[in-house]
Design a protein around this ligand. Sequence first.
Ligand SMILES: Nc1ncnc2c1ncn2[C@@H]1O[C@H](COP(=O)(O)OP(=O)(O)O)[C@@H](O)[C@H]1O
Ligand SMILES: Cc1ncc(C[n+]2csc(CCOP(=O)(O)OP(=O)(O)O)c2C)c(N)n1
Ligand SMILES: [Mg+2]
Ligand SMILES: [Mg+2]
Ligand SMILES: [Mg+2]
Length: 325
Amino acid sequence: MGKPTALGEFGRIAKFFAPLAAGQPGALDLLDDAALVECPPGERLVVTVDAMVEGVHFLSDDPPDLIARKLVRVNLSDLAAMAARPVGYFLTTALPKSRGDDWLARFADGLAQDQAEFGIALLGGDSVSTPGPVSLTLTAFGRVAPGAEVRRSGARPGDLVFVSGTIGDGAFGLEAARGQLDERLDPAEVAYLADRYRLPRPRVALGPRLSGLASAMMDVSDGLAGDLGHICAASSVAGVIEAARVPLSPAAARLGRLELALTGGDDYELLFTASRAQQDAILAAAAAAGVPVTPIGRIEAGQGVQVLDAAGQTMALAGVGWRHF
Ligand SMILES: Nc1ncnc2c1ncn2[C@@H]1O[C@H](COP(=O)(O)OP(=O)(O)O)[C@@H](O)[C@H]1O
Ligand SMILES: Cc1ncc(C[n+]2csc(CCOP(=O)(O)OP(=O)(O)O)c2C)c(N)n1
Ligand SMILES: [Mg+2]
Ligand SMILES: [Mg+2]
Ligand SMILES: [Mg+2]
């Protein structure tokens, strides 16, 4: 777990966080009471926040750099789901004493890596102690032209339902990371799935390209079936998923547990709807973004989500997705 913190609160901010804000005049070197955030004319800020708690969102012994990168990425996934481009973030850490300076150094390395990968910077945050598990909160902001955002409320009867990437790897990946799939899969497949759980791939290149093409969009965090339910509720329509069309990775397909794939969550893929007339443009956008996109169903009049099996029969799912309490 590392040594107890030797640097102290302000030493840790100066050593680990201030370098991540370098080159950002609005961050005021992380020495002031708040940050100054610019937004160029003709654009709007898009702001999202997601928290991650040890034992709830990640495992206690997950590598700290990967915990940091997952925290960044689940938030960038929400910006992508609005068709926004990421710009920067604020970070709040609540850490127990057992997570010493070594742990925080590795955590900050992960942040630096993803800052470089996604072209974002740290603007500010808060550091507190806790007698409980690690609790991390990241507020990400991005930009989008007014009206270019894609909301959850625009799905219309006749639209197709699409999803990016593959579904289920995150849920199976949690089992893989816990060592529960060692007897069922090859080591390479176990490693692939555990990596998908620990390090989501937010579809930052695809999201903005879907502006003007997708009628509604969100990212899949709680589980595909339940999350389509949020689009349907916001749009006052019904959704149909054809389970056999849902894209699975080879490792997930080998496990053959479709229900967990459809409801397990931790996917951080884009789920969106679009009229049939946009299908070719969507596939072109997907190709340009280098992310596969698959039609998995349709929108109808009505309410609720129906999942059909390969024979066209309604699948009875025990639950539709992750719920906190
Ligand atoms: N404690 C809260 N205070 C205010 N808004 C919240 C709170 N929790 C969730 N929300 C809002 O409710 C909506 C659904 O939240 P959530 O399911 O967490 O979305 P996401 O999966 O995209 O993170 C979002 O618009 C979010 O901003
Ligand atoms: C140790 C551990 N147990 C269970 C899960 C599964 N899990 C926890 S929260 C969650 C849903 C996504 O998290 P949430 O806080 O709901 O994020 P949001 O929907 O707001 O993006 C899932 C699938 C996990 N990721 N890690
Ligand atoms: Mg959230
Ligand atoms: Mg979301
Ligand atoms: Mg959720």
